[in-house]
Write a protein that binds this ligand. Structure first.
Ligand SMILES: Cc1ncc(COP(=O)(O)O)c(C=O)c1O
Length: 394
């Protein structure tokens, strides 16, 4: 029996070692990891220079608390804000915490505007985390069920639907819009090219904060440091986590413009946020997250996408950069795909939104490993779809 609360349906496998794009079980069997711990180990498992920096830091200084100056936090803050195009950062320990910080900023902003019942616009299919405020902002009813969520504090509209947001501009309680540039849970949804810009314009016109959740899309995942950098926008609040520590849990909430000076001493805090150890990891990650790595991510992602289009012309190829989805037809039974991929093809991936195969490979995957990944994926899909002849070109 296990002492762990049964909050996860776990697969019947565990890994004892990871290196680059591979995970290994205790008997030494290698699995090609196309999920990287759900978009966390973006530079591959146990990246040598990141691990070296972290080892050095464990022997030097791990934690002091935010009661004192923390040089590595200052340095990580400077690097991150410069890459993200933001002014200031608060370091947290997870995506949910970074988002909780963003939502608190929105409420403080509303308070300063004299609003008494602030509401934040969020999207259908959104995923923002599991704290009470962030799970309320999350769309998935299963995640929210039974928790007396704070539903009056949010208004949910369809993703990628500007008119649904425009229709709310008379509501004087609204203080912010909170949105993922590409939604990665509950399917993989990419909005139209001008969506973020139009959203931002509505926010500006109505004095709302324009807040982006880049917990998953940030840190090079889509081929730019942050996915919003594909658009002509600048968020007031920007959150990230996942790839930020390449496996070490660290999140960040960044501000600029209208949100820049909302927090003062005592407004927010965290015992563990921004430790010397965590921030050393952030610095080491950003040392390695070079333009070449992001170019590699786009090139290898294009290779995977193109190969799949050629073999399975009817499948929807979704997402951007190394956030890759393959939308299978509704009538395909996807229940066993993850198990089949793992057990028969030694390939780690997952399925989201019922019928989207999701890949989140390492940004620095080698071309040889991309070819192996693609071959295994083709084999997997032929086996899954092969019985329906027209779904693939043999
Ligand atoms: C877009 C987005 N926001 C927030 C979160 C929550 O992050 P965490 O699990 O680190 O709390 C996730 C996690 O999947 C996410 O994808």
């Amino acid at each position: 029996m296990s002492y762990l609360m049964p909050t996860y349906v776990r697969q019947p496998i565990s890994f004892v070692r990871g290196q680059g794009s591979y995970l290994y079980t205790a008997d030494g069997t290698a699995y090609l990891d196309a999920l990287t711990g759900i978009a966390v180990c973006g530079l591959g498992h146990c990246h040598p220079t990141i691990s070296r920096a972290m080892k050095e830091q464990t022997d030097t200084l791990i934690h002091t608390s935010n009661l004192y100056g923390i040089d590595w936090q200052e340095k990580a803050g400077e690097i991150l804000c410069q890459k993200a195009g933001m002014d200031k950062v608060f370091f947290a320990n997870s995506g949910a915490e970074a988002n909780e910080c963003a939502l608190k900023l929105a409420r403080l902003y509303a308070h300063n505007q004299g609003k008494s019942r602030p509401k934040v616009i969020v999207m259908e299919h959104a995923f923002h985390g599991r704290t009470l405020l962030t799970v309320t902002a999350t769309a998935n009813p299963k995640a929210r069920s039974g928790f007396f969520t704070l539903d009056d504090d949010f208004i949910r509209v369809p993703f990628n639907d500007i008119s649904a947001v425009e229709a709310l501009t008379d509501d004087k309680d609204i203080c912010a819009v909170f949105v993922e540039p590409i939604q990665g849970e509950g399917g993989l949804h990419t909005p139209s090219d001008d969506y973020l810009e139009k959203l931002q314009n509505i926010c500006h016109d109505n004095d709302w904060l324009f807040m982006l959740d880049e917990v998953q899309t940030g840190n090079g995942r889509t081929g730019k440091y942050f996915a919003y950098q594909y658009s002509n926008v600048k968020p007031d609040v920007l959150t990230t986590a996942k790839g930020l520590g390449n496996g070490f849990p660290v999140g960040a909430c960044m501000v600029s413009g209208k949100a820049k000076d909302l927090f003062g001493a005592g407004s927010h805090g965290s015992t563990f946020g921004g430790t010397p150890f965590g921030c050393r990891a952030v610095c080491a990650v950003y040392d390695e997250l070079t333009d070449e790595v992001m170019t590699n991510a786009v090139r290898e992602s294009d290779f995977i996408r193109q190969s799949m289009r050629e073999h399975f012309p009817q499948i929807d190829v979704l997402g951007r950069g190394m956030m890759i989805g393959f939308g299978l037809p509704d009538d395909v039974d996807c229940t066993h795909i993850v198990d089949m991929a793992r057990d028969e093809f030694h390939l780690i991936l997952n399925v989201t939104g019922g019928n989207v195969i999701r890949l989140l490979p390492a940004l620095n995957i080698s071309h040889d490993d991309t070819v192996i990944l693609t071959d295994r994926l083709i084999g997997l899909l032929k086996k899954t779809l092969g019985r329906v002849e027209y779904w693939y070109l043999p």
